[in-house]
Design a protein around this ligand. Structure first.
Ligand code: DX5
Ligand code: ZN
Length: 233
């Protein structure tokens, strides 16, 4: 039974599902209920057909937060906004490989994020993007985000076929964070942990719960159990 070497589970509630009229209070509430990171979904109306948080709003969340901000950039030009989101307080800053378009451009984006002082750089993959397309970037990123829905909206259904990407990353020996995002709940989140994901994002399953602390606690317990079953430690 792997115990000592088990990867720590990080639960990252997505603020996309919170009550925006109370965003500071919602940030504090989800932290008090056990969030490890705060997942912030940035959408630009181009890369995805929805618009969300600009840098001033992310900076406001950061002022209310004590936990790290995990900023997921679903935007066409991550290079242009690297500085703005880094200054707004992103601890983890993730761009999409589809937005970068090439390995060379991705390297430029990663360098820019680091130059702006970002602690952890991540690369995200849409469900229909093969994981092999980022193989060359693995030594350069602290996190890979495997999307389990098409990005743009909360509340969609989990796409189980993407679990193979998470397994591939661990089988290949990737030791950084593997994050999964989209449609995670008490049924689907354990599948992610079993496949080797250690950062688990959930919006509706956490903000829609009657008892948020119980929901986060349950997801964490299920993830730890599934992680041990999967042996992906
Ligand atoms: C989708 C976002 C997700 C989303 C998750 O584009 O990246 O973070 O908010 O929400 P749920 O958990 O409701 O699928
Ligand atoms: Zn996200």
């Amino acid at each position: 039974m792997p115990t000592m070497t088990q990867r720590e589970i990080t639960i990252a509630p997505s603020l996309l599902a919170c009550d925006f009229t109370q965003i500071g209070a919602e940030t504090r509430r989800v932290e008090e209920c056990g969030a490890d990171w705060l997942h912030v979904d940035v959408m630009d109306g181009h890369f995805v057909p929805n618009l969300t948080f600009g840098p001033p709003l992310v900076a406001a969340i950061q002022r209310a937060a004590t936990k790290p901000l995990d900023v997921h950039l679903m935007i066409t030009n991550p290079l242009e906004f690297a500085g703005a989101y880094a200054r707004a307080g992103a601890h983890v800053l993730t761009f999409h490989i589809e937005a970068a378009g090439s390995i060379e451009k991705s390297r430029e984006i990663i360098r820019a994020f680091r130059d702006e002082g970002v602690s952890k750089v991540g690369v995200a993959l849409n469900p229909d993007t093969p994981v092999e397309s980022i193989a060359e970037l693995l030594p350069d990123v602290e996190l890979v985000l495997v999307m389990s829905v098409c990005p743009g909206f909360g509340g969609q259904s989990f796409m189980g076929e993407v679990l193979a990407k998470t397994r591939w990353l661990r089988e290949r020996g990737y030791t950084g964070h593997v994050e999964m995002d989209g449609g995670l709940n008490a049924e689907t989140l354990p599948l992610c942990a079993e496949a080797g994901a250690d950062v688990l994002v959930a919006g509706s399953a956490i903000f829609g719960a009657d008892d948020m602390a119980a929901a986060i606690g349950k997801l964490r317990t299920l993830a730890r159990q599934a992680q041990a079953t999967g042996g992906n430690v």
